[in-house]
Design a protein around this ligand. Structure first.
Ligand code: NAP
Length: 260
């Protein structure tokens, strides 16, 4: 499948590492003018060394005011990927208010905020657009120790499926659907991808132990975790004009985990 994003302007959050970084590079490779948003300047510096056409924005998306200021001059955006997420390590009975707030601030509230900023511009220009939220397979499957967000007590958890999960990703899925409902009349499509484990920095933190990895792998019919490229390809498809009639879906990229 050939996709071109020539003439499109894209914004990717969490573009410093992992899935977000490769999404930003892939979009640039396919012709988009990419704005990469993340909070570690060194990651943006190395990203620009790899692809000089990318526009860097360094901001902590948990900070509403700083995000507003940082994004006010990014200009029109046609394609948005809300990928940034944070991870924490507490089980349900140990979740603290701070951790709860931090997780929801980045994984849900920042998605709402960045999407508001971008979608207001899309609506005003009347040219439509596409938004992809990066969720998780665990948003749709109750998993031990995944009460609030991503990470959990790894020492105790043998059945959970991935670090990105729990209440924030469940909230993100329904946010995706409401956005699809309300933005659809403006020809703005909103969908999510819901990956299984991917061995990024985040994935490695939770799943490097082969014994523990086995407990998830045995529940994935394809018998492997997702590669970053698998997720990037699904994101590119949902951003492209090949998926023009797809709106409001939460698309598993999980080798069949959720089918079982
Ligand atoms: P990653 O390798 O940890 O990369 C996450 C990126 O987001 C980093 O560049 C990080 O910057 C940035 N970020 C985090 N919090 C931020 C904030 N407050 N402001 C700005 N940038 C922030 O993670 P990943 O594995 O690529 O995950 C990407 C997405 O996929 C996430 O939404 C995650 O929940 C989801 N997901 C991942 C997996 C998996 O197994 N890896 C599975 C299912 C879903 P810093 O490094 O500077 O913090």
């Amino acid at each position: 499948m050939d996709v071109s994003f020539a003439g499109k302007r894209a914004l990717v959050t969490g573009a410093g590492k992992g899935i977000g970084r490769d999404t930003a590079l892939a979009l640039a490779h396919c012709g988009a003018k990419v704005t990469a948003v993340t909070r570690t300047q060194a990651d943006l510096d190395s990203l620009l060394q790899e692809c000089a056409s990318i526009t860097p924005v360094c901001v902590d998306l948990a900070d509403w005011g700083a995000t507003e200021a940082a994004l006010q001059d990014v200009g029109p955006i046609d394609l948005l990927v809300n990928n940034a997420a944070c991870a924490s390590l507490q089980s349900f009975l140990e979740v603290t208010p701070d951790q709860f707030d931090q997780s929801f601030n980045v994984n849900v509230k920042a998605v709402l905020h960045v999407s508001q900023i971008v979608a207001r511009g899309m609506k005003a220009r009347g040219s439509g657009g596409s938004i992809v939220n990066v969720s998780s397979q665990a948003s749709q499957c109750a998993l031990r120790d995944h009460a609030v967000y991503s990470f959990h007590d790894r020492a105790r958890c043998s059945l959970c499926s991935c670090p990105g999960s729990g209440a924030t990703k469940g909230a993100l899925d329904i946010l995706t659907k409401v956005m699809a409902l309300e933005l659809g009349p403006h020809q703005i499509c909103v969908n999510s991808v819901n990956p299984t484990v991917v061995m990024t920095d985040m994935g490695r933190l939770g799943w490097s132990d082969p014994e523990k990895a086995k407990t998830v792998l045995c529940r994935i019919p394809l018998g492997r975790f997702a590669e970053v490229e698998d997720v990037v390809n699904a994101i590119l498809f949902l951003l492209s004009d090949k998926s023009n009639m797809i709106n409001g879906v939460t698309l598993p990229v999980d080798g069949g985990f959720l089918a079982c």
